[in-house]
Design a protein around this ligand. Structure first.
Ligand code: PGA
Length: 256
């Protein structure tokens, strides 16, 4: 793992956006894996600005998303499809025909999972963007006894429901289940770019970066085995974390 320590979250977002833009520049038809949640929003905003300045071009890119709430149609403002359209796909000019994302309101969840698994088996992601949940989840791979290989339906933990309820008008409205890419799908990506910030993520990041077990109890620990994973973390987040020998640590250039 390559850990780039940034001066602050804004710099993490800038470097994450440049990392993604560089991948599309190198391979315009790349398959990019995207994530939702509050963390990637500034990186998406930066990508949109880069598109406006002519420094990034997504018109030929393909995208796949990690997850989606079961039951929510893409028109629901809390759906991840809506989020992606709003923060990236529409303003960055992503071709809707090139977008793959779970359909939260699919009438037949088995058929939807089959569609997603077939897509994943047939297409290897070039660059997967990840952030992390307080409990160490990646996508909606919640703490479990196993690592799932591919897309599956997951029951959200009470902690995740609680944490995500801030975006809904009441906790009762938070869906209890979600479609998510499996840890196996994530690990098959050629490369991973990872962003996190905030004290609430420190415990999970410690499990990822320090010597210690790779365990489905903290799903993100599987990233220790990924051969090309870059993490942009601000200095405040990594304070008190002692990265293991398998982590190559560098400081972001001050003026980047
Ligand atoms: P957050 O969520 O960015 O809203 O903290 C991240 C996640 O749950 O993966």
């Amino acid at each position: 793992m390559r850990l780039v320590i940034t001066k602050d979250y804004a710099q993490s977002a800038r470097l994450t956006a440049r990392h993604i833009a560089a991948a599309v520049k190198k391979k315009p038809e790349a398959l990019l894996g995207f994530a939702t949640g509050s963390t990637p929003i500034p990186a998406y905003a930066e990508l949109v600005e880069m598109v406006k300045r002519g420094e990034a071009d997504f018109t030929k890119a393909h995208t796949v998303n990690l997850d989606e709430y079961a039951g929510l149609p893409g028109s629901d403002p809390n759906s991840y499809r809506f989020f992606m359209d709003q923060h990236l796909f529409v303003p960055a000019g992503v071709n809707p025909a090139n977008v793959t994302i779970p359909r939260g309101d699919a009438p037949d969840s088995h058929a939807e999972l089959k569609r997603l698994r077939e897509f994943s088996a047939a297409h290897r992601t070039d660059l997967q963007l990840l952030s992390i949940g307080v409990n160490g989840h990646i996508g909606f791979n919640e703490p479990a006894d196993i690592f799932h290989d591919s897309y599956h339906l997951v029951a959200l933990t009470q902690q995740t429901i609680q944490s995500n309820s801030r975006l809904f008008s009441s906790i009762a409205e938070v869906p209890t289940h979600a479609y998510t890419m499996g840890a196996g799908d994530i690990m098959r990506a050629h490369s991973i770019v990872f962003i996190a910030t905030g004290d609430s993520k420190r415990q999970a990041m410690r499990a990822v970066l320090e010597d210690g077990p790779v365990t489905p109890e903290v799903q993100a620990t599987i990233l220790k085995f990924h051969p090309n994973c870059t993490l942009y973390l601000d200095a405040a987040l990594v304070e008190g974390i002692a990265p293991g020998l398998f982590v190559q640590v560098e400081q972001a250039p001050k003026d980047a």
